[in-house]
Every structure is written in C-alpha cells, then in structure tokens.
Design a binder for this molecule. Sequence first.
Ligand code: PMP
Length: 436
Amino acid sequence: MTPTTNAREFERARHAMPGGVNSPVRAFGSVGTTPRFYVSAKGPRVTDVEGREYVDLVGSWGPAILGHAHPAVVEAVREAATHGLGFGASTPGETALAEHVEARIERDGVRPVEKLRLVSTGTEATMTAIRLARGATGRDLIVKFAGHYHGHSDGLLAEAGSGVATLAMPGSAGVPAPIAAQTLVIAYNDLDAVREVFAVHGAEIAAVIVEAAPANMGIVPPRHGFNAALADIAHAHGALLIVDEVLTGFRVGPAGWYGEDPVPFAADLLTFGKVIGGGLPLAALGGSTDIMNLLAPLGPVYQAGTLSGNPVAVAAGRATLENLDAAAYARIERASTAIADAASAALSAEGVTHVLQRAGSLFSFQFAAEAPHDYDTVKAQEAFRYPPFFRAMLEHGVSLPPSVFEAWFVSASHDDGAVSQILEALPHAARAAAAA
Ligand code: PMP
C-alpha cells in the first residue's frame, strides 16, 4: 500500500466532495492549514493517515465524552449490531433510553421531559421542536439569538454561530425570504431586547429558542437568571421556551445545563444530541406530555424518520449515559480546569489579551479584554490570533476545534498523560498567538 498524506487525501476529497468535506468547518478554512484525515481514535487521542497521533480536544464535537472507542460503548454497539442494524419498528431499547432521559433530567423534583421522541440529528430535534411549538400555539414567529446555532434547518440559519459564524455568513442562500421572515433575531443576554420583541410581536410568537449555555460563538454564559427570565417573559405572552441542550446536555452535568444553571428555569421543550448518541447519529426532543402528545400519531404535528431510534445508535447512547457517572463528571471537570487554567496562564505569560469563558466543564478563549456577552462582542475580538495558536497546537500534537467560535471538548479519558501533553504544547501556541 502506498503511504498517503493528509494533503493527498484532501486533494482527492476535493475532487469527490464539495470543499472535500461533509460538514464545512472540517475543511480547516479559517485556520489556514491542511485538514487532518483520521483513521482511528482511542481514549483522548486520534491518529491521522500519516500515523501522527494527537491529543484530541474536539471529541467528535461532543459525543466522545467518555473518550474515543470506550470499551463499554464499542461492546454495546457490537452486541446490538449482531442482532440487526435496524428494523424500522420499535425496540425495547428505545423505551429504556427514553425512561433514562426522563428520569435523569430532574431538578428539585421537577422533570420537564415527560415524553421523549428520538430523531437522528440535532438539526432534526430543533426543527421538530419548532414545528411542535407552532402546532401547540397556532402561531408562526420564532425568536432566536444572534450567534446561537441550532442546526441547519431553514428557519434557524439567520446569524447563526458555529460554522456559519466561522465562514462569516449572515445566513444561507436558498432560504426563502418568507421563511427567514418568520425568525426574529435579537441580541443575546439582553432582556430588554426580549421584552421589546414580545411587546411588538407577542401575540404572534410561538417560541423562543435558546442555547442553554451558548457554545457556538465560543462559550458565552447566560447572565445570572437569564434563562429563567426568558421563560417568564415567553410564558406571559403565551409562547413556549425551547431550550437547546444538543451541546450542553449530559455534558455539563447529569441533567445538562437544566440541572446546573445557578437560577433554575422552566423549559417547555428541550433538545438533545451529541452525547445522547455516544458517537452515532441520535438526537431527541422532549417536553411535557401535553405538548409532546401533539406529535403524530397522537396529534396533528407530523414528524418521522427511517433511522429514528436506530437500535445500534440507541445502544451506543445508553452505554454512554450509563457510564457517565459522578466519577466521570469529576474527571472531566478536573481535566477541563487544568487545561483551561494552563492555557490562560500561557497566554498571559506572552501578554496575549484574552478571556477564559466557562459554562461548567465547557470552556473557550476569546481574544478580548472584556468577556464577550453577545455575538457583536464576540465578533469584535482579535480572532486573527486563533489560527496561529491552533496551528502551533497541532504541530505539537494537540487537535483543537478549527475555529475560534467553538468550545474545547474535554472527555473523561483525558488523564494526566494527555493533560500534560496539552500543557507542554500551550507555551508554543501562546507565543504564536502573541506574534500574530
Ligand atoms: N444545536 C446545538 C446547540 C448544536 O451545538 C448543534 C451542533 N453543533 C446542533 C443544534 C445541530 O446538531 P447536528 O449537527 O447534530 O444537526
């Protein structure tokens, strides 16, 4: 076999697929280097086609919370696969997963997820939640926040975070204007903006959708009590609150951000993805029985999926959640703190102006003097310092998210060895950022 290289694979991929990728940020467009093509991963490390190993802080963008190829997850997948890859019919495992989630998302005796529906991607979960909110209220308008990412459905791409932010796109071509007009985009963390949009459009707003703790414009934690106030304002106007926990769910704590927010909040619908599928395509939405029963076959809101609740994905999700115990969360927290503090110290040592923002174990850096609190302040940072920082980390064997707008994903498998490799790389990266 002729040895291949990342550059050769990228060249070949670009001939076969638009941009050489199946999801935009994988093209490494904003960090100015060749994307790595991976062949395997184990625990905290990934290996590329050239045989180079990296300590991984992408974690498949969240799902690999126990570390890559965790033995219990791999075994559950293998076992499920031997019994059939999918039936297009119900399985007991789906019910067990729904029961687990319904019991797990609990705070002070309140369980906002009384019923759960499984879908395959976070995009489907939020898209369905919105359809459900419209069906439940008989209203059309949706309020979303600038810089929040909820997947790539038509109505949610306006001023979105994540890859849309990385590519500096205001939205997407191909979204009909009348559909875009159904989404009202306002500034995050600004309750006056929320009150104002409800004062003007209150009777037509079906729902507000919010990232539980935004992580797609870097980490921008909600101001104290923001989510709770959002729920109050929405409810005062007969609208629903959709809390998107696709990224934070089961990551920042056993009950997601719902369980961790310093001020408890009421959520009508919650969306999950990433961790819930343990690395395979699985996502979900949940809420009260009253609202969820509006879904077909009981109610008039249609949603379906050939692969929804796929038994192999369900097995991966269940094994992941079962292994996400208090000890696993403690390991994630400890490694996150060690990495975040060391990165901040390394940047400070080189005189690089930055802020470390955290939402539980999730964290990211923004190259700004003051903590950004919304999309405008995020965009005002010295983002040009990130690409050289990223490339130096990669050269020293650490794979970071290829965009300043993404969180760093730490797993329960980031042991002392992995953490010290990261710590050794950081001074080089900080120097590169300082020189930018
Ligand atoms: N919501 C949030 C908060 C997300 O972070 C993402 C993905 N990063 C999505 C929705 C979309 O999920 P998916 O990529 O599985 O469609």
